[in-house]
Design a protein around this ligand. Structure first.
Ligand code: GUN
Length: 281
C-alpha cells in the first residue's frame, strides 16, 4: 500500500509558516498585500478567487479585490495593472485566468511587473527559473516540489518523468526537478511509447488533463506518483489524471484528488506574496 501524500496537511504547514513570516514583517511595519483581479463571473474562477482571498485572510495578507465586469476592455485592464505596478501598498498582482475572449491574455500577463508577478507567468520569471536566478516560480509546480520534499522523498539522482508540457505546469515542473538534481524526461501527446518511459520513473508527475488515464500499467513498483489533474466525474465525484484505485497498491507514495496538489497551489501563492516583499527591496 502506498503512503498517502496529504496536501491538506502540508499546505496548512506552509500557510502557518507564511503567517508567522507575515506577522514578523508586520512587527517591522511592513504589510504584505495581494491584488486579485477577476474579469467576468466564470463560476470556477469565482471559487478559486474566493479561496485565494480566504487564504490571504488566514495568513494575514491584505487582499485588494477587483471584481470587474465581463465588458471590461483590454485597455482598462492594462491601465489597472499599470496603476497596481506603481503602487507601494501592493506587493503581488494576480489576474485570474481564463480571461474573456476579447482580452489578449499574453498582453495582460506581460504587463504585470516581474517583481509583482506572484503567479510566476511573466517571461522574465520563466527565464529566471531556467537559468537558476531569483524570481517567482509558478505555484502548482512549486507546490509539487514541496509535497515531494516534505514527504521525505529524495529527488536527487532519481528518474523523474513529467507527463504534460504546458507553460504553467509541465515545463516549470521539469525545470524545478532538474534544479533538485533529478534526471528529467518530459513526455507529451506525441511521445511514441509513453508506458515505456513512465515505467522508468521513480517520480512520476502527471499533468495531462485526462480523467483517470494513468493506471497501474504506467507505473513502476514503488514509484512516487503526483497527480496534478482535477476533474468532475460522471458520478459527480472529483478525480485526477491518475486512476487512484489501480495505481495506489503499486505506488510507493501517491497524492489523492482532492486533497493532494490542489491545496498546495494556493499555499505557494501565499509564499510567493512573502517572497515579493524580499524581491521588491
Ligand atoms: N486559473 C487556473 N489556475 C490559475 C492560476 O494558477 N493562476 C491564475 N492566475 N489563474 C488560474
Amino acid at each position: 500500500m502506498a503512503k498517502l501524500i496529504d496536501g491538506k496537511v502540508i499546505s496548512t504547514q506552509i500557510k502557518d509558516e507564511v503567517k508567522a513570516e507575515v506577522s514578523k514583517l508586520a512587527d517591522s511595519g511592513i504589510t504584505v498585500s495581494l491584488a486579485v483581479i477577476q474579469v467576468g463571473a466564470d463560476p470556477a474562477s469565482s471559487v478559486y478567487v474566493r479561496n485565494k482571498k480566504k487564504a490571504c485572510e488566514y495568513c494575514g495578507i491584505k487582499s485588494l479585490s477587483y471584481e470587474l465586469p465581463e465588458s471590461t476592455t483590454q485597455d482598462e485592464l492594462l491601465d489597472l495593472i499599470r496603476e497596481l505596478n506603481g503602487r507601494k501598498d501592493c506587493n503581488g498582482i494576480l489576474v485570474q485566468l481564463p480571461l474573456p475572449g476579447h482580452i489578449d491574455e499574453e498582453k495582460i500577463l506581460d504587463e504585470i511587473s516581474p517583481l509583482k508577478d506572484v503567479d510566476g507567468f511573466h517571461p522574465m520569471n520563466v527565464g529566471a527559473l531556467s537559468i537558476g536566478k531569483k524570481g517567482f516560480v509558478s505555484c502548482t509546480p512549486a507546490g509539487v516540489i514541496e509535497l515531494i520534499k516534505r514527504s521525505g522523498v529524495e529527488i536527487s539522482g532519481k528518474e523523474c518523468v513529467v507527463i504534460g508540457r504546458s507553460n504553467i505546469v509541465g515545463k516549470p515542473m521539469a525545470m524545478l526537478l532538474l534544479r533538485e538534481n533529478g534526471t528529467v524526461t518530459v513526455t507529451h501527446s506525441k511521445t511514441a511509447d509513453l508506458k515505456a518511459v513512465t515505467n522508468r520513473a521513480d517520480i512520476l508527475v502527471v499533468a495531462i488533463g485526462k480523467p483517470k488515464m494513468i493506471d497501474a500499467s504506467y507505473v513502476k513498483d514503488g514509484a512516487t506518483v503526483i497527480d496534478v489533474g482535477i476533474h468532475r466525474g460522471e458520478d459527480g465525484k472529483l478525480c485526477g489524471d491518475v486512476d487512484f484505485e489501480s495505481v495506489e497498491p503499486k505506488a510507493g507514495a501517491i497524492t489523492p484528488v482532492p486533497g493532494g496538489v490542489g491545496p498546495m497551489t494556493i499555499a505557494m501563492l501565499m509564499k510567493n506574496c512573502v517572497t515579493s516583499v524580499d524581491l521588491q527591496k
